[in-house]
Design a protein around this ligand. Structure first.
Ligand SMILES: Cc1cc2nc3c(=O)[nH]c(=O)nc-3n(C[C@H](O)[C@H](O)[C@H](O)COP(=O)(O)OP(=O)(O)OC[C@H]3O[C@@H](n4cnc5c(N)ncnc54)[C@H](O)[C@@H]3O)c2cc1C
Ligand code: SF4
Length: 331
């Protein structure tokens, strides 16, 4: 058993101070990922700082007429919030496609995008894993890699980022607001998660002592034409093999604006704004969507067991966009 100290922070400054002082401290919010990782010795913090009492527990209107999601609002409260349902249904759909009702009641908006990869080798301390232990090697590249990445991989790591919510937030151009030793700053969601490169132990661009305070949604919510298509091994309670957050702004059948973000294929939610720009002004039809799917998968590489994901992702993109445009049933 690993011993650690525990403190419940009553205000932000104390939480930040405790994190900076502790040699290897961790914030805990819902605890649904951190405690699992502590049980299997992947995370071994010396100090755990409970942040549930901090004042990040509301959904409020912002000056740019978007919404601010407090980092400690639960995933369930967010998905069933009336404003989210009406103005950002894509986000509600993505959250409800993830985990289980019990987990969503506990999991928080700050903790969800920070959950760590579900790579089996990362969880198994008897195997080599550069993400868990930098420099030890990657067991997945030549191992059983059915759930692994096909885009943006490196020789160090082929893990995928597992959050569904983060895929929708990337499509919606959300922004993460953080506080830390150097004050407050905002990080666009598109730049929040990292590709593995030769530092796969770093999942995000959040500083080691920074805390997420909230997530901002811009005014544009794509409320009418959107879908979250999640393809997985079981109908519920499973992570995505491939997922697509698709949102459109249409004039008749002509695309005025489009967002496509993919989950389950890379170390971060995968989005290529240039592919989206290329669809603007075009008709929603199978040929144009197929071309976009091919462009989004440019450079995709399978590692054996996961080769099937390349074709699966292309088909999922076309299908998701047709569903978002209401040209195919999403049932
Ligand atoms: C069986 C199971 C199935 C699941 N299925 C899915 C699924 O299909 N889709 C999906 O998206 N997710 C799924 N999940 C993951 C679940 O959604 C996450 O565990 C949850 O969202 C994490 O949120 P949390 O608040 O519990 O985070 P915690 O476990 O408390 O924290 C996670 C990490 O974030 C850090 N952290 C938390 N809050 C902050 C903050 N405000 N600032 C800085 N750091 C912070 C912690 O230090 C920790 O490193 C599943 C989980 C389980 C156990
Ligand atoms: S894919 Fe990444 S997380 Fe999985 S074993 Fe390799 S280095 Fe570790």
């Amino acid at each position: 058993m690993n011993s650690f100290t525990y403190a419940r922070a009553q205000d932000v400054q104390t939480a930040l101070q405790e994190k900076t002082t502790a040699l290897d401290g961790r914030f805990i919010a819902g605890g649904t990922n951190l405690t699992d990782l502590m049980k299997v010795n992947v995370e071994q913090p010396s100090h755990v700082i409970d942040i549930r009492r901090l004042p990040f527990n509301q959904i409020t209107e912002t000056e740019v007429v978007g919404l601010r999601l407090g980092a400690l609002v639960t995933n369930a409260e967010t998905a069933y919030n009336k404003q989210i349902e009406q103005r950002y249904p894509l986000l509600a759909k993505a959250i409800l496609a993830g985990a289980s009702a019990q987990l969503r009641n506990r999991a928080t908006n700050g903790g969800n995008p920070l959950q760590r990869t579900r790579c089996y080798y990362f969880y198994d301390t008897a195997t080599a894993c550069n993400k868990r232990e930098p420099g030890s090697g990657c067991s997945a590249i030549k191992g059983y890699n059915r759930i692994h990445a096909i885009l943006g991989t490196s020789e160090s790591c082929i893990a995928v980022h597992p959050s569904d919510m983060a895929v929708a937030l990337t499509a919606l151009d959300a922004t993460v607001n953080v506080n830390g030793p150097n004050g407050e700053r905002s990080i666009p969601f598109l730049d929040f998660h990292r590709l593995p490169g030769d530092t796969p132990h770093l999942d995000t661009n959040l500083g080691p002592d920074e805390i997420i305070t909230s997530i901002d949604l811009p005014a544009q919510g794509f409320a009418e034409y959107n879908t979250y298509l999640k393809l997985r091994d079981r109908a519920s309670y499973a992570f995505a093999l491939v997922s697509v957050a698709a949102a459109l702004e249409l004039e008749g059948t002509i695309i005025k604006e489009v967002r496509i973000a993919l989950g389950g294929v890379a170390h971060k939610p995968w989005r290529q704004p240039e592919v989206e720009a290329n669809l603007v002004g075009k008709e929603v039809n199978a040929e144009n969507l197929q071309n976009a799917a091919e462009a989004l998968l440019t450079g995709a590489k399978g590692y054996g067991h996961n080769n099937f994901k390349i074709e699966l992702a292309k088909r999922a993109i076309v299908r998701a966009l047709l569903q978002a445009a209401k040209m195919e049933d999403s049932k």
